[in-house]
Design a protein around this ligand. Structure first.
Ligand code: PLP
Length: 242
C-alpha cells in the first residue's frame, strides 16, 4: 500500500466507526431505549495496523475470538490503552492466557471453564468480567448454556473470587427479518431479567452484531459487538495454531 492508501484506509475506518456510533444513537432514540449501549469493535482477522487506526480514531474496546491471533496483536499494540474482550469459543487448555490477557470474557458456558479462569486470574489484576453465553437457538452445534441451566451456573460463578459476573451474551441464528431478530433477542432479555429477579445484579446484555444491532438495542442490549460494519467484510483467516 502507498502512503496515500494508508491514509485513505484510516479515514474510511474512522468514518465507519462514526457511522456505527450514529446508528447506535439512532436506534436508541427510535426505540426509546434508556440503557447505555457500549460498543465492542470485533477485530478478529484484522491486522494490528487496522486496529490501531480505529484506536486512533478514539475507540478503546476491542473483541477477539482466537487466542493466538489476539496475543500476537496485543503484543504489537502494547502501547495502546485497549480493553480486550475475548468473545470466541474457549478450550479449557487456553484458560490461563485468556485470564491473564483479557479484561472481559463473553463466551463462558460451563462452570469448569469459569473455575479455571478464576484460578488463573492474577490476583493483582481486577476480577475478570464475565458474560455467560446462552444458547437460545437450541442448535446443538452452537455453544452456550441452555435457559434451564443458567440460574445454577450464574449462582455458582458468582461465588468465584477472581471473576465478576456481569451478564449474558448470545449469538442468535442469523436472520434478516427485524421482528424475527427481536423475538430472539427478547428471549435473552427475559432470561437476563429473570436472573436479576433472583438477585444476580447483572448489568450487561451483550447482544447485537453488524446485521442485527438495532433489534438488539430495541430489546435492551447494553453492549453491541460489531466487526463487519466497521472493518468491512473479513479477510479469510490464515491457518492458525489455535
Ligand atoms: C465475529 C463476531 C462478531 C462480529 O460480527 P459482525 O457480523 O462482523 O459484526 C460479534 N460477536 C461474535 C461472538 C463474533 O464471533
Amino acid at each position: 500500500m502507498t502512503a496515500a492508501d494508508v491514509l485513505d484506509e484510516k479515514t474510511t475506518l474512522a468514518n465507519n466507526l462514526a457511522s456505527v456510533q450514529q446508528h447506535i444513537l439512532h436506534a436508541k432514540s427510535k426505540f426509546d431505549a434508556v440503557q447505555t449501549v457500549s460498543l465492542c469493535v470485533v477485530s478478529k482477522a484484522q491486522s494490528a495496523d487496522r486496529i490501531r487506526a480505529v484506536y486512533e480514531a478514539g475507540h478503546t474496546t476491542f473483541g477477539e475470538n482466537y487466542l493466538q491471533e489476539a496475543l500476537n496483536k496485543q503484543e504489537q499494540l502494547r502501547d495502546c490503552a485497549i480493553a480486550w474482550h475475548f468473545i470466541g469459543p474457549i478450550q479449557s487448555n487456553k484458560t490461563q492466557p485468556i485470564a491473564r490477557h483479557f479484561d472481559w470474557v463473553h463466551s463462558v458456558d460451563r462452570l469448569k471453564i469459569a473455575q479455571r479462569l478464576s484460578d488463573a486470574r492474577p490476583p493483582e489484576l481486577p476480577p475478570l468480567n464475565i458474560c455467560l453465553q446462552v444458547n437460545i437457538s437450541h442448535e446443538t452445534s452452537k455453544s452456550g448454556a441452555s435457559g434451564e441451566e443458567l440460574l445454577q451456573l450464574a449462582l455458582s460463578i458468582k461465588q468465584l473470587p477472581h471473576l465478576h459476573l456481569r451478564g449474558l451474551m448470545a449469538i442468535p441464528a442469523p436472520c434478516e427479518d427485524f421482528n424475527a431478530q427481536r423475538d430472539q433477542f427478547r428471549q435473552v432479555r427475559q432470561l437476563f431479567e429473570q436472573l436479576n429477579q433472583q438477585g444476580l445484579l447483572l448489568d450487561t446484555l451483550s447482544i447485537g452484531m453488524s446485521g442485527d444491532f438495532a433489534a438488539a438495542i430495541a430489546e435492551g442490549s447494553t453492549l453491541v459487538r460489531i466487526g463487519t460494519a466497521i472493518f468491512g467484510a473479513r479477510p479469510t483467516r490464515p491457518p492458525s495454531t489455535d
